[in-house]
Design a protein. Structure first.
Length: 319
């Protein structure tokens, strides 16, 4: 059952409590309704992908009550500080280098070295995030392939029974998603046009490019910066060879000098929560041990397994 919460002190407190305990809550921002989860809880973040039925792990935007709290998790340069000053709270998302050990789960960032951060302009959104006391990862609150929701009824129609609650704040005011600006490169680049216009950004930090102009492919999972391990991966393996490490899934006992099990219990949500961190760790340990490759156990292609397999296939693709 999905609770429908009122936009009042009780509703906000209830939403924050649910978020703090790892549950999923949809709430309004000024752009569209977001499907929120504690960004520091990999299991909760995995729940977002499960609820959306997303076949891929796209990186998620992390939401904060103010710029100071956002900049704890990323390295903000002068451009970032000026844009934050000019447009936050508001429909602008900044992609910045992720600070090591920030506590945001690697699944929320889809294993990237960068993190997208935003301070929403909607007072209720900020109140919920502030009361939750943790960064809130939130994609638009729709099932994969459907339209972004601009009222609570859209969210309920799409996600009822799949999320803990929706906080009803009426229709959103902006109606299109936030503008996403990549500040990890020398030239600021718009990855997604949205609620803040290019000209407005340029008035604050000078020339801003469009990713589309530069021919950068930003389709889900296609970003050039997506993490790929240094060693080749062999998928659907039964066992590792002598020169391979082992990426396991499930209770089967496999002998390998270096191994990581995504979930000994065979739990897809646990596997998703650990996927990127496990790949990083296994890759580094395998290289250190002088191994030549990674053999990966098959992962069932159901529920979150589809997204896990998508990521593994990309990681295994020849480069
Ligand atoms: O207005 C909005 O931004 C809404 C509200 C809920 O805040 N959120 C939203 O999230 O539109 P979503 O997940 O539907 O879209 C986020 C976009 C995705 O296209 C994703 O690829 C991109 O942001 N993104 C997230 N992190 C990124 C990163 N580190 N680098 C590049 N792109 C990133
Ligand atoms: Mg979306």
């Amino acid at each position: 059952m999905t609770e429908v919460l009122r936009d009042d002190a009780d509703g906000i407190a209830r939403a924050a409590l649910l978020l703090r305990t790892g549950r999923l809550v949809a709430f309004a921002t000024e752009t569209v309704y977001g499907l929120g989860a504690d960004a520091t809880d990999g299991d909760a973040v995995a729940g977002i992908y499960a609820a959306k039925g997303r076949p891929q792990f796209n990186p998620l935007i992390c939401h904060f009550p103010d710029a100071a709290q956002a900049f704890v998790h990323v390295i903000a340069d002068e451009r970032a500080r000026r844009l934050a000053e000019a447009f936050w709270p508001g429909p602008l998302t900044l992609v910045l280098p992720r600070r090591a050990g920030s506590g945001v789960s690697s699944l929320a960032a889809a294993g990237l070295a960068s993190l997208a951060v935003r301070v929403p302009g909607h007072a209720t959104a900020r109140a919920v995030i502030e009361a939750a006391g943790v960064p809130i990862a939130a994609p638009s609150a729709n099932r994969s392939g459907r339209l972004s929701p601009t009222c609570a009824a859209h969210v309920h129609g799409d996600l009822a029974g799949r999320i803990a609650a929706v906080l009803d704040s009426g229709p959103t005011s902006v109606g299109v998603e936030s503008t996403i600006v990549d500040l990890t490169t020398a030239t600021a680049t718009i990855l997604r046009p949205g609620g803040v216009a290019r000209e407005a950004l340029e008035a604050v930090i000078g020339p801003v490019g469009y990713a589309a102009d530069a021919g950068i492919i930003i389709a889900p999972g296609m970003m050039r910066s997506h993490y790929a391990p240094s060693l080749p991966i062999r998928l659907d393996a039964v066992a590792p060879s002598e020169s391979e490490s082992w990426l396991g899934f499930g209770p089967a006992v496999v002998a390998a000098p270096v191994m990581v099990n995504l979930s000994a219990a065979g739990d897809l949500r646990e596997a998703a929560a650990h996927l990127f961190e496990a790949l990083h760790r296994l890759d580094a340990a395998s290289v250190a041990a002088g191994l030549a490759g990674i053999a990966a156990a098959p992962v069932p292609h159901e529920g979150l397994g589809a997204a896990i397999n998508d990521r593994l296939r990309r990681a295994a693709a020849p480069r």
